[in-house]
Design a protein around this ligand. Sequence first.
Ligand code: SMG
Ligand code: MG
Length: 370
Amino acid sequence: MRLEAVELLRLRLPLVAPFRTSLGTETHRDVLLVHVIGPDADGWGECVAFAEPFYSSEYVGGAHDVIREHLFPRLFACDEVAAADVVALLGPVRGHPMAKASVEMAILDAELRSSGTPLGAFLGAVRQEVDCGVSVGIHDDVGELLATVESYLAEGYRRIKLKIEPGSDIEPVHAVRNRFTGIPLQVDANASYTRESAGGLAALDDFDLLLLEQPLAEEDLLGHAQLAKAVRTPICLDESITSARAAADAIALGACSIVNIKAGRVGGLLEARRIHDLCLAEGVPVWCGGMLETGLGRAANVALAALPGFTLPGDTSASGRYYDADITDPFVLEGGRLPVPTGPGLGVTPLPEQLERFTVGMETLYPKLG
Ligand code: SMG
Ligand code: MG
């Protein structure tokens, strides 16, 4: 497409309930949207960076800055930009995968809208709907945790993920497993353990968990490989999988036997598909992670989760799990599944009145004249 203008929108959406993890407690989602405008089509991208750099080094203000100062100037310098070329064009800028992913997503959306192709079909989706799990935050009170899990199960979620951290791990997981004997259950530590403190995680082996997600630091592949030998619960990596190269290395080292795929974390949907492809070839199951996305990011996640290697339910929950009012038509759970959008591109667009309601800042970028 030819880029005529780019709008960067900053939104602030209240969450339906606080979401506590080892990283902190989220009560709102600060979202950056990228809206690319060309002569024939426009497209939307969502940046999944959080307000603070605690999940990874990126944060929304930094992403906004790098998009304005370093990413779009490189794309404005081209007459035409194809989504397939975005990674290479932005390659000289090191890092910033979430910022880059949002730019690629917007250009891909515009491209697919103008050719009338749904994102799912473009990526290679083999399903019309995807199995959904839900991620449950840390609760101080085990009774309240059980009530939260029960209400999600009543809504139809097909898998429960419990957030854990040192001091809040074995006991709550034991309680949930005891109360809900047969449910698919997994845990996520968001890198809150060290090699030294991770020994106790072997006690989780009694609870028949699908996986233990990212117990150790992002860069600690060797530690994960050692832990994988010491516990029976399969290790899944999230934060550590920053690229297809990182995924291949982690698998070769035995650091994980399951991979969480998030397009934002790996620099875009095309790199996410590459990771899917290599995991499928290696026989490593993958599932789609979540970053509390709005309906835009959710549409992309659901399309990705419809690829054949996504054999475990994703953190692709319904809009109502996060927001009373989403910025797109809401994704609604049916029988524990979400439908893969069928319209061109993302298949969803922001609703103008909702955008207006939640937008707290906006900036427009233009190519330099001459
Ligand atoms: O989108 O449902 C969602 C959130 C899923 O737990 C989730 N995401 O590490 O996988 C993860 C976390 C990242 C966000 S923690 C604030
Ligand atoms: Mg995770």
